[in-house]
Design a protein around this ligand. Structure first.
Ligand SMILES: *[C@@H]1O[C@H](CO)[C@@H](O)[C@H](O)[C@H]1NC(C)=O
Ligand SMILES: *[C@@H]1O[C@H](CO)[C@@H](O)[C@H](O)[C@H]1NC(C)=O
Ligand SMILES: *[C@@H]1O[C@H](CO)[C@@H](O)[C@H](O)[C@H]1NC(C)=O
Ligand SMILES: *[C@@H]1O[C@H](CO)[C@@H](O)[C@H](O)[C@H]1NC(C)=O
Ligand SMILES: *[C@@H]1O[C@H](CO)[C@@H](O)[C@H](O)[C@H]1NC(C)=O
Ligand SMILES: *[C@@H]1O[C@H](CO)[C@@H](O)[C@H](O)[C@H]1NC(C)=O
Length: 512
């Protein structure tokens, strides 16, 4: 039945309307950010005498064509919500006694926007209110790119960023003159808008250019000619990159052949084939360029991620096949499934260790409970790719990159540590690029193993990163009580625990 009709009928047939039952919204419009939480409130009056016998609260999401039940509680019992909201909604039940039906929605998505209705029914009657939620995503990291036409004077300057809703991009030169760009917009998996804007300028003119994503004023600047590398140096860089790439491919092939001959199953041939196609060096880049144009500075996430992915896999290959991990992976992962629990004490599958896009997950366990071994299982699962379900019950194929950071002895800030620990190649170790890559992609997992608060530089940079990142998934392993501030600031609700084990040989910090 339609709610409006229902409420009218209630009013008409209400035996005693001495007290008129009303519901008022706290605000009629809420605006919140992508990935954040929102609490929407409805005040009902009069309060029912018995909250567990006489109260029904329903939250619905509605458009003219569709409606979902977002949340329902009848007499203190929660009823399963729509799939879209599963695990992301809760009613703040402690506020019911004060006459508040407050709904909290976490990890907001763009398509959570729309009209919500809160309906409250008691023995006194029923009423509802409409509330509008709009989820926005400010434009944050701007990726910039400069390309030069081969032999010509023309430069192509590109800015790209993601947010919601679509933002206009305004370009200015150093004399505050507007420059007219070409701008395209596409929708990402997360329903954000990826806006790409570019202009063409003359490389022999000394000038500065800024692009401004005006919906929230995020800008990036180009300094011409300072930002252009010497073309000769560029050619050399390209050749060096090509050589490194070739050497890497040869190394991977050699390693795989070696393992095969040794009787190992070469489980990462899938990755290898991708690499052999030579993709890292031919991938289409930046924006709609002619083929005869040469790139000068080339910031392309896909290309970088792919290269870095190959690099990391070779680096992790030895961990994956190290005696401990191989020894423990089979029996240990079976044993793990009894010890891995959520905060309600239910046992979980290993797959639960993969955080959702934009989520920070904590894995807590006492010292020696095997947290590092779990982390290394993740690393090896990613490195080897999907294999037989028995030996490798974890599917991490959604991840382009897995960045493993051993936090037992960190000294620098987050990005420095990543760069140092993974000996990232010069090209990607520039903090800006790494940050951009980490911020935007849901295909990246940052795995912080054995984290403990106490190093201010690292702690601050981690908190800053978590507040700015968008899609990146983060898994933190720690001993209980070792990171209270971090858990507080990120507002962690989901903590997995690893119960202790008698067998203490499993857990140790492995250095490589
Ligand atoms: C509320 O109703 C429930 C179920 O009918 C009953 O068990 C409970 O004792 C009642 N509580 C109060 C405070 O009356
Ligand atoms: C470009 O920016 C640099 C540094 O901000 C400044 O020194 C220079 O004068 C600017 N050039 C122009 C043409 O605006
Ligand atoms: C809303 O967006 C999420 C991804 O952000 C997607 O998984 C889901 O299917 C979308 N829901 C609807 C109703 O379009
Ligand atoms: C914008 O696109 C139009 C049509 O494709 C093209 O003629 C023009 O040169 C482009 N401008 C820039 C700055 O790339
Ligand atoms: C760029 O500027 C130089 C010198 O100012 C001029 O000779 C050249 O023709 C210009 N090129 C373009 C493509 O406008
Ligand atoms: C970017 O554009 C916004 C909106 O037009 C403006 O308020 C802001 O000052 C601009 N930022 C810069 C650095 O020009």
């Amino acid at each position: 039945m339609d709610w409006q009709v229902f409420v009218i009928l209630q009013v008409i047939f209400q035996p005693s309307i001495a007290v008129f039952f009303t519901v008022e919204s706290e605000q009629s419009v809420y605006t919140s950010e992508f990935g954040e939480n929102v609490v929407m409130g409805c005040k009902f009056h009069p309060k029912p005498t018995n909250l567990t016998a006489d109260l029904k609260v329903t939250w619905q999401w509605k458009t003219s064509s569709a409606a979902w039940e977002v949340y329902k509680m009848i007499n203190g019992v929660e009823h399963s919500a729509s799939q879209e909201y599963q695990g992301r909604v809760k009613l703040l039940t402690e506020e019911l006694k004060d006459g508040w039906a407050k709904l909290q929605v976490s990890r907001l998505r763009i398509n959570d926007s729309g009209t919500y209705q809160c309906l409250v029914q008691t023995a006194e009657g029923a009423d509802y209110k409409k509330i509008t939620l709009s989820v926005i995503a400010p434009y944050k990291a701007v990726t910039t790119c400069i390309k030069k036409a081969a032999g010509g004077d023309e430069l192509l300057l590109t800015c790209q960023s993601e947010g919601y809703p679509e933002s206009p991009v305004v370009w200015q030169d150093g004399h505050l003159q507007r420059v007219k760009p070409n701008t395209t917009a596409e929708t990402t998996q997360d329903q954000l808008v990826r806006v790409t804007s570019w202009i063409r300028v003359n490389s022999s003119d000394k000038n500065n250019y800024t692009c401004n994503f005006t919906s929230n004023g995020r800008t990036a600047a180009f300094h011409i000619p300072d930002d252009i590398l010497d073309p000769q140096a560029q050619n050399d860089t390209f050749l060096i990159a090509l050589c490194i790439g070739l050497v890497m491919v040869v190394m991977i092939i050699a390693v795989v052949m070696y393992r095969r001959r040794k009787g190992f199953i070469a489980q990462n041939t899938r990755n290898l084939q991708v690499d052999r196609q030579g993709k890292p060096f031919t991938a289409a880049n930046c924006q709609q360029m002619n083929e005869n144009e040469a790139t000068i500075i080339h910031v392309n996430e896909d290309l970088e991620e792919e290269n870095l992915g190959v690099f990391l896999k070779t680096r992790y290959y030895d961990i994956s096949f190290s005696r401990e991990v191989r020894h423990h992976r089979g029996p240990f992962s079976a044993e793990l499934s009894h010890r891995l629990q959520n905060n309600e004490g239910q046992t979980l599958k290993l797959q639960a260790l993969l955080p959702e896009a934009g989520e920070t997950l904590f894995l807590e366990g006492p010292p020696e409970s095997g947290k590092t071994a779990v982390a290394l299982i993740l690393v090896s699962s990613w490195t080897e790719g999907p294999t037989q379900a028995l030996t490798n019950p974890l599917d991490l194929s959604i991840l382009q990159l897995l960045l493993y950071v051993n936090c037992s002895n960190v000294k620098g800030d987050l990005l420095q540590e990543i760069g140092i620990q993974l000996s990232l190649p010069e090209k990607t170790s520039t903090q800006h690029q790494l940050r951009t890559m980490l911020n935007r992609s849901s295909e990246v997992l940052l795995l912080l193993d054995g984290y403990r608060e106490g190093n201010q530089l690292f702690d601050d940079s981690l908190r800053k990163f978590l507040s700015e990142r968008r899609g990146c998934r983060v898994l933190v392993t720690a001993c209980p009580g070792h990171c209270p501030v971090l858990k507080d600031t990120v507002g962690i609700r989901k903590v997995l625990t690893l119960q202790s084990t008698e067998d203490t040989t499993v857990c140790h910090q492995e250095t490589y």
